[in-house]
Design a binder for this molecule. Sequence first.
Ligand SMILES: Nc1ncnc2c1ncn2[C@@H]1O[C@H](COP(=O)(O)OP(=O)(O)O)[C@@H](O)[C@H]1O
Ligand SMILES: [Mg+2]
Length: 245
Amino acid sequence: MLIEFQNVSKRYDDGTLAVKELTLTVQKGEIFVLIGPSGCGKTTTMKMVNRLIDHTDGKILIDGREIYQFDIYELRRNIGYVLQQIALFPHLTVEENISVVPDLLKWPKQKTKDRVTELMQIAGLDPVLRQKKPTELSGGQQQRVGVLRALAADPEVILMDEPFSALDPISRGQLQDDVKRLNDELGKTILFVTHDIEEAMKLGDRIALMRDGKLVVVGTPSEIRASDDPFVLEFTQRGRGEVDA
Ligand SMILES: Nc1ncnc2c1ncn2[C@@H]1O[C@H](COP(=O)(O)OP(=O)(O)O)[C@@H](O)[C@H]1O
Ligand SMILES: [Mg+2]
């Protein structure tokens, strides 16, 4: 297993217990989807993996090593992160946006250029977009660039927090297909947060449903469909969840 939560809890400074004794494992190479209503603790869970938030109890291990044992920069370099809101740097070109992490790592210029070319091909982005600024791109193209930026330095794990919820249904479907391909062809392990059950069913090798900071159930899409847990039924039959905050 690649990421392991052992009895992990998070209490914020104001006393809010956002995650309660969470135990789960993400296997190498899988797409693991965390789903649940707004406020159930999905983002907190995800941010604890790359230590944007520190957990207050339990253990989180990556490849069998507790996350505190990693140098924090090394940890974050090995974990790509895609946010809900398209968070490109507006003053940088597409190429410069994708190159942010390789530049921080001081990759040779040609290596970075080649990597940008390769990634844009993988994502089916027209090479003419390289020199454009984010505002010259559609929402779907911008979020694709956001995904490529997270992939640039070839991290083993990618965290995606409701990455497509602001997109129209067509772009969203295309980007979901991209995520599947990244996983199939590049073998990336993806921890994906959504509140949309259809998205979870389409993408997840396994799905974990959370409620009030607790894990309700973990299973494959067919196991989730077959579950007779009342909250699972309520949640899956509700179709698309409410818009998340
Ligand atoms: N910085 C914070 N301080 C205090 N409470 C927080 C903070 N961030 C989130 N919370 C609370 O923790 C709970 C879980 O939030 P979050 O992980 O963002 O949920 P989700 O991503 O599932 O919507 C919510 O009750 C939220 O209000
Ligand atoms: Mg969230």
